[in-house]
Structures are given as C-alpha cells and as structure tokens.
Design a protein around this ligand. Structure first.
Ligand code: ATP
Ligand code: MG
Length: 519
C-alpha cells in the first residue's frame, strides 16, 4: 500500500473475509436471489451478491434489494433463466422475474468507462435535459411526465438502461477467458466494426454497400470483478459476497470504512463527481441513512461539483428524489443536503428558500419527520401527500397571496422555479390541487367556513391527512381526520352528500383546475 495514500490501489490483492469472519448468513438473502446465485455458480460462472445488499447485511440491516454480479454474458444469463429479460441497450442487464413481481437484477462485471464513453454519456445527458426543457416549453409542463422507472442514468449506475449503442452488439459468446474467469468480453460489435472497416478497404471500395452500415462500435466495457468494484460509487457499496466460498471480497477498502462508519468515494472524488454528479446525492443519501460520517475529501469536493447536478437529466433527478421521499429517511437526507448546499441545485427556488430560511426549513423537517415515521411504521403515503409535504413550507406563503386560480398559479410557480428535479406533470398537478384544498382546510379550521363541496374532489382525502398533520401534528387515524378536527372545533357535522351544483360547460385550455372557483 502507498503510505501517502493508504487506500488500496487497483493492483493490490483484495481483502477477503471468510465465512467465519462476517455476519452474512444465507438465511438473510432473498431465496430467489440465492437460486440465481447458485444456478450461475453451478454452471461455472462467478456469482457475487453486490452493492447495497452486502453493505446492509454486514451492518445487520435488511437490504432494500439484492443485485447480482457475474462474469456470465447477458445472453448466457438469458439462456440459464427462462424468466430472464434483458434490458438496456449498451450494457445489457438481466432482470430475472419471480412470482409477485419480484425482480432480481443480474449484471455482467463492468469496467470504468473511458474518456470517450464518458464524453458520449455527458452529451447524452445534456441532450436529454435539452429535450426535457424543449418539451416543457412546448407543452407548458414541468416535466416530460417521465415514468418513475425512466432509465436515463449514466453508464456507472447499476440497473439502468444505456442510451448509446444500438441493439445487437451482444450476440457473440464471450471469449473463453471471460467465461472462465476475469477478462473483458469481446463483443459482436467489435467484429461488426472490423467487418465495416475491412469492407471499406476492399478492392471495390464502393461507398454504396456501406450505406446502411452503422459506425464501428466500441467493445462492450465488461470487466473483471476488480474492475467492477472500482467503477462503483462508494467503498461501502463495492463489496462482494461470493456464493462459491461464502466469503466477502473487498478490493476498495470498504470493510474498513464500514467498520469506521464512513462514506468515501472510490478514487478521486473530483473525478468521480465529474463522471457522475448524482454520486453527490448518493453520498448524502447513504451517509444520512446509515448515520455515517462523510470522509473529508469526499465531503470537500461536494461544494466544487454540486452545480453539476443541475445538468443531469431531470427525470433521473426526480427518480433520486423519489427514492429519498419514500425511504423513511427523508428528513436526515434533507438536513444533510442543506448542510452541503445542495438544495438549490436540485430544487431551484424552492431549495433556495429552504436553504435561506430557518423557519421554512424547520417546518419542512417537522413534516418530513412525520412522513418518515409513517413510512417506518409500515405506512405508504400516496405521492401527492409526500410531495405535498415537501412543497408545503414553500407553497404556504404563496397561497396566502394568490387570489385567482390557485392551483394554476402554484403549478406555474413551481414550474418556473428552476427545479432540476422534474416532478412529472400529473403528479405536480395532483400535488398542487391537494395543497390548495389543504390550505382551504387550514383556513376553515380558523374561521369555520368550510366548502364541503370539496369533499367530492379526488384529492380531498390526501388534503385531509396533510391538514391533520399541519394542525395536530399527526396524520390522524381515521378516514377523514380533517372532518373530525372540524367537528371538534365547530360542532357541525359535515354533510355526507353535499348538494351538487349544475356543471358549467368546461372551457378548453391548459391543465384542469378543479379548485379554480372553489378555493
Ligand atoms: P439501496 O440500498 O438504496 O438500494 P444501493 O447502494 O444498493 O442502495 P442501488 O441504486 O441499488 O444502490 O445501486 C446498486 C449498486 O450500484 C450500488 O451499491 C453501487 O455499487 C452501484 N451504483 C449505483 N449508482 C451508482 C453510480 N451513480 N455510480 C457508481 N456506482 C453506482
Ligand atoms: Mg440496491
């Protein structure tokens, strides 16, 4: 080891903890993941449990998901499992499906992307962001209404589709070396590229036969287990559990960091954050979730690179945001994001407000604390409630000043706030509608003037729960906690079936505004 830099370098032998040296038990591994591991192994492939599952089991925590790394080629994985589906274009991953919708992700070991691949990836991310912005401009949306599983992550991330290469590059079997052990798989793409080159140099040298040829493709960036661990984000996320020996393999010093309660980027943080700024988010997530410290260089580099978050694809940032909102750990995550100056980078003006105002941020942490408590005790609050809580401390003063079409004004205020995380249009609309009803309810609990017709609105139940949290500090444990509070304060029982007004003919126009006249 280099005394100047005590981290393992890319040539050193890994640290290996054998079965008696760690606490991972096969009983804690998902049985379907175990089946996949054993099947790969019994067919002569290396099969490791990788990523967060190893980290969490070493810490005695329940893993969120079980991902598998192997030297088997995607097509070999597909052949071994009838229930496997290949996803992604460049780095194909296998999703092995089990009953109940469970998916075990199996990916072939990869190496770090080279400069050219990184540049292509950055270009793709920028192009995606531009497309999102153009679409938003055209449709007046906050976002592309991207589904939650939008797959636009850069080439480093596990389980993400790759946007670069066309289909068909992985039809060849891996080289003998790669099937037996470490080594880069040489793909059909290379052969295809070579064929294109050869025919271009042939005696006829006619341009016409090449008319439909695609440009030569780079070899697929598969790699060895060692290379695979060095291309990951954090040392604690790069540990492998080998099903053949039941040992834990550590190429990057993750065991030591796990022991010390420390989150550390693998390699140079400046390089790593430049390659993929979302790793800043991941550092904050894992440190806050585990209660770990952030290693000094890993933390220092955040301020130099956090601006880059704003150029990541907005749908990918939303996906990250959504993970934290649903994690039961949103409050510590937002606290950590504030300390590291990241909130304005991901949430634009909303984040700026939360960074600048202690009062607004304190309110946010109270609400997120309640959200976390609900999730951690088995609840699954609807998205409109989660995002309603996230936006309430920002929306509250705005709503007091809006006298016209509250949902639309609030919707547009968020849309123009410069948020890098793109909340899908439908969710944002539902969220602002929920907030406008909640705002009316809060006021009604002061002056007693409730428009009970709102009970017929689709977002009434969500608004009722948010209002209960805002005024009583809990979501309440009945169907309509707002009505209960109202009844307690004013004694008037709301009518179950309020009189319906005659519908006015609907105007054509931008997004529906159910509360335009009601609030
Ligand atoms: P969780 O418990 O939330 O699932 P995780 O660490 O398993 O945490 P995943 O998003 O499931 O996170 O990713 C699986 C693994 O893929 C990570 O542990 C890490 O090794 C690798 N990974 C994910 N995202 C990145 C990234 N942006 N850069 C490098 N490696 C990544
Ligand atoms: Mg995971």
């Amino acid at each position: 080891m280099d005394p100047e830099n005590p981290r393992p370098n890319e040539l050193e032998a890994p640290a290996i903890l054998d079965r008696s040296g760690h606490r991972i038990s096969r009983r804690d591994i998902d049985p379907d993941a175990l089946k996949v591991l054993y099947r790969l192994s019994s067919h002569g492939f290396t099969a490791y449990l990788v990523g967060g599952a190893v980290r969490d089991m070493l810490l005695g925590r329940k893993p969120v998901d079980f991902d598998i790394g192997t030297n088997a080629h995607p097509n070999q994985i597909k052949k071994l499992f009838r229930n496997a589906f290949l996803i992604g274009r460049r780095f194909r991953l296998a999703h092995v499906k089990f009953q109940g919708g469970k998916t075990i992700e199996v990916s072939t070991f990869r190496r770090k992307p080279d400069e050219e691949e990184l540049a292509a990836e950055r270009e793709e991310q920028e192009a995606k962001r531009t497309r999102e912005a153009e679409r938003a401009e055209e449709t007046g949306e906050n976002s592309s209404a991207a589904p939650l599983d939008d797959q636009s992550a850069p080439i480093e991330a596990e389980g993400r589709a790759e946007p670069v290469e066309p289909e068909g590059e992985q039809t060849s079997a891996p080289s003998a070396e790669s099937a037996l052990g470490p080594g880069i798989v040489i793909s059909a793409a290379e052969t295809a590229g070579a064929a294109v080159e050869a025919s271009a140099q042939g005696p006829a040298a006619e341009p016409t036969p090449l008319r439909h040829a695609r440009p030569p493709l780079k070899p697929i960036a598969y790699g060895t287990p060692r290379e695979d661990s060095f291309r990951r984000d954090l040392t604690i996320n790069a540990l492998f559990y080998d099903i053949a020996t039941y040992s834990v393999i550590d190429y990057v010093g993750g065991l030591e960091d796990l022991e010390a309660g420390r989150v550390r980027i693998i390699g140079d943080p400046d390089t790593s954050y430049t390659e993929d700024p979302v790793r800043i988010w991941r550092v904050l997530r894992h440190a806050s979730r585990l209660g770990f410290a952030i290693e000094e260089k890993t933390a220092d580099a955040i301020s130099r690179h956090r601006d880059k978050l704003a150029v990541c694809a907005g749908s990918r940032l939303f996906e990250e945001l959504n993970k934290d909102m649903k994690s039961g750990n949103s409050r510590p995550f937002f606290q950590s994001a504030r300390i590291h100056g990241v909130l304005p980078k991901i949430l634009g003006a909303v984040g700026e407000l939360y960074e600048a105002s202690d009062d607004r941020f304190d309110k946010l942490t109270l609400l997120l604390g309640a959200l976390d408590a609900s999730i951690n005790s088995g609840g699954s609050p609807p998205s409109e409630v989660m995002y309603g809580l996230l936006l309430w401390p920002w929306a509250e003063p705005l709503l007091a000043d809006i006298h016209g079409d509250k949902p639309i004004v609030l919707y547009n205020a968020f849309r123009t706030s410069g948020s890098a995380a793109l909340i899908p249009k439908t969710l944002l609309l539902e969220t602002v509608n929920t907030l406008v009803i909640a705002d009316h309810m809060v006021q009604a609990l002061v002056d007693g003037k409730m428009r009970w017709a709102l009970k017929e609105r689709p977002r009434y139940p969500e608004a009722s729960r948010i209002t209960s949290l805002l005024v009583e500090g809990s979501f309440g444990n009945c169907e309509d906690p707002f009505a209960m509070i109202y009844q307690r304060r004013f004694g008037a029982r709301p009518r179950a079936h309020p009189r319906r007004r005659k519908r006015r003919p609907q105007k054509a126009g931008p997004p529906s505004t159910p509360l335009a006249t009601a609030a």
